[in-house]
Design a protein around this ligand. Sequence first.
Ligand code: HEC
Ligand code: HEC
Ligand code: HEC
Length: 425
Amino acid sequence: MTPGPRLLWGTGVAVVAVLAVAVALMWKPAIAPIGAPPVTSFDAQTKLAGARVVALGDCIVCHTAKGGQPFAGGLPLATPFGTIYATNITPDVETGIGNWSLEAFTRAVRHGVARDGHLLYPAFPYIHFTRMSDGDISAAYAYLMTREPVKATAPANELIFPLNFRPLLAFWNMLFLRPGPEAADASKDVQWNRGKLLVDGLGHCASCHSPLNPIGGEKSGHAFDGGIVDGREAPALNALSAAPKPWTQAQLVTYLRTGRASEHGAAAGPMLPVTRDLATVPEQDVQAIATYILSIQKPRPTDASPVASTSPSAQAQSGAVLFAASCAQCHGPQAPMQSIGERPTLALSTAVNASTPRNAIQMILGGIDWHGEDALNYMPAFAQVYNNRQIADLASYIRATYSQRGPWDDVEESVAKVRKENDAR
Ligand code: HEC
Ligand code: HEC
Ligand code: HEC
């Protein structure tokens, strides 16, 4: 039987309608370029407010290449689908956002669409930034438009097919973008609401602290369950810390503003630049973030790992010798820093008490970058000093000595895996 003309006609209309919707979603109009607005058109107060917004949003962290000019772009961001380069957001007219109107900038932040209409990759966390208020967006605009213009074009992205075809992002946006600011919860106080707004919006904390699904979106229903970013675990924020002591408001604020907290340890991975930005914003913002984070912490899931055995493994014993040689001067009980309360015992560390050795291994391999303003928070890197076996022995030793939790399994394999990942980055 052949389909009648009516059915064919109907199918034709349906196909055209679907295509029309797809095209409407995928193609956004360009917003007309403007002449670069004169620096004097922005008042000092708005620029100051913008500095705070830009710090809370970590804009400089992604938009500055290693050793490059601030906001001039070029930093490679590794994703499971290839490398995406952050673009130049200085007010250079040719290569930056100098000819973007506030309207174009707002559309980028709220909808992930560039001025010329192309869709932006969600490596730019617009699904979170969309929660920003109009006031915050125009303040960020004022701040960025009054930076030094830099001529620089980011390298072309290296993405696998078909993800190099930007219009497909329309479907990603249908799944993950809920544009617009967030309404306040009237049953909660001002500080909690400010904290939620900063965590969900500008701070985009969930983008690292949540597990991702196979297409790179945050798994729905699992916000803040913990994620992996740049080879480190970003611990769950909605559960009590793996460290023996739960977070308190004061410890959390200290951690977020300095990158370390005496009862939890130090940030050395992707969290470190976040804390360096948070160090520059008013403390009340960080207090608000901490208030909200503490409010979402539910009890820790029961611990499946066995209780530590009394006799340390052979691995841990060989680690003891290495520890005495390379680590005890800073971490041993006689270390001078500990006597002034500066370098707390590893027993309280999140990394040492975590379910997997990943962050402890990364810490030993990479140490903590020298940062002149905070010289006490420096640890040398041991990646070139010790082989996989030795790094594994050290990790097993500190686990056996400082944690009440059971030994990690297959530590040497984990070291090899982490090193391989680091090399590929
Ligand atoms: C996690 C990294 C990251 C952070 C944080 C980040 N960006 Fe971006 N941003 C990117 C990437 C990557 C792109 C390029 C996306 C693309 O090419 O599709 C981008 C693109 C943009 C664009 C579009 C520029 C253009 O030329 O198309 C604007 C505007 C922008 N970001 C502003 C900001 C602002 C403002 C902040 C801080 C509130 C910020 N970004 C924070 C990664 C980031
Ligand atoms: C020059 C001093 C120094 C040396 C040497 C050193 N560390 Fe560290 N280490 C630090 C500092 C500073 C921190 C940040 C946390 C803190 O202040 O306690 C740290 C943190 C750590 C952490 C993570 C704790 C946490 O959660 O913050 C581990 C694990 C660790 N070190 C292991 C080692 C091992 C193993 C060695 C030897 C191979 C070693 N360290 C050598 C200074 C040092
Ligand atoms: C770029 C990814 C990234 C972003 C954005 C991020 N974090 Fe983190 N965070 C991490 C990683 C990774 C760690 C593990 C420590 C490290 O980096 O060495 C961490 C550690 C932490 C810890 C310590 C957890 C523990 O139990 O020891 C807290 C608390 C935290 N982050 C809170 C936040 C908050 C609040 C925000 C938003 C304002 C945020 N993070 C944004 C990646 C991120």
